[in-house]
Design a protein around this ligand. Sequence first.
Ligand SMILES: NC(=O)c1ccc[n+]([C@@H]2O[C@H](COP(=O)([O-])OP(=O)(O)OC[C@H]3O[C@@H](n4cnc5c(N)ncnc54)[C@H](O)[C@@H]3O)[C@@H](O)[C@H]2O)c1
Length: 332
Amino acid sequence: MLNIAVIGLGWWGRIITDLARQSDKLRVVRVADVSPSGEAFAREREIPFSASFEQALADPNVKAVVLCTPHSQHTDQIVAAARAGKHVFCEKPLSMSRADVLRAIAAVEQAGVALAVGHEKRFEPPILEIMKLVKSGALGTPLQVEANFSQDKFLTLASDNWRLSGKEAPAGPMTATGIHLLDLSVGVFGEADTVHCSVKQLGSPLSNGDTLAALVTFKKGGHALISAILATPFAGRFAVYGSQGWAEVRDKTHPEAPEGWTLTRHLRGEHRATSVDLQPAPAVLHNLEAFADAAEGRAPYPVPRAEMIANVSALEAIFRSAKSGAIEKVES
Ligand SMILES: NC(=O)c1ccc[n+]([C@@H]2O[C@H](COP(=O)([O-])OP(=O)(O)OC[C@H]3O[C@@H](n4cnc5c(N)ncnc54)[C@H](O)[C@@H]3O)[C@@H](O)[C@H]2O)c1
């Protein structure tokens, strides 16, 4: 069992804590938040509470941290945790710039600790199936990704919430939902080459932007068309088109409470596309357990570090393009 401390007890940190407590691979030995509201949450669950990240890090019983804190803090917290010899699961985005993700990964490599990232979509059964179709060659040459991750949960946030700020959430919906689709696109195509992104405020009071469209091109060829909206009800869709066929998943609900998926595929030679409904699965928990397996040496974490770097590098270029309106080159 991996002894973890969950850092940041807001929306996602509470979900993660309660999920991890159901696992026989993880033991939540501490939680931490700078806000006193976290203490009541910890007390209800009888979990030791720290009022700061640093205090949690100092606990020798904590072997790993799960960072559910605001985005701009991630890199420094990964570096500090690695230096303290703790394994790190960090919520997305891992970092906000290529320079920072390289710094984070250098720190974990130097410390020899495991690193995982909160891209649970990679652990959803229909995504695992689509990735299998891509990697086995069943879809032929991957040509294009079309993807959408939209939700309206932020309409109830106070206007000064960090998740609506240009500093913590550049390019509007990108760090909230678009980043998951970028991660999957990198999983299909590898390193991105250029990005062109537009963010507008069209249907809500979210002045940081509620509607994002991004076109990403990849070094190996292929495009990803990414759509992310914060002013429409939940929608989740990820489709890969290849020279021999295509596959698409439609999510029934947000990953916080999965109710299953519809997976549709059409391979060349088949009379028509066929769809199957897939049962719900706890992908967020499966990601955390894959982290525990990596930290305790049972299996490598399935997301390669090169893809973590490629994702953040493309993210940074999207931030630039959303500002400049121009096609931006992705650094490599
Ligand atoms: N994987 C997913 O699908 C998913 C979904 C939602 C959020 N997230 C990610 O989770 C992270 C947190 O987002 P959220 O929506 O829960 O935000 P939130 O504002 O609800 O919670 C953040 C919490 O962190 C606390 N905090 C801030 N600085 C801290 C510090 N230095 N030490 C300890 N606690 C600190 C805050 O007091 C707050 O309680 C973000 O990275 C976000 O992108 C991921």
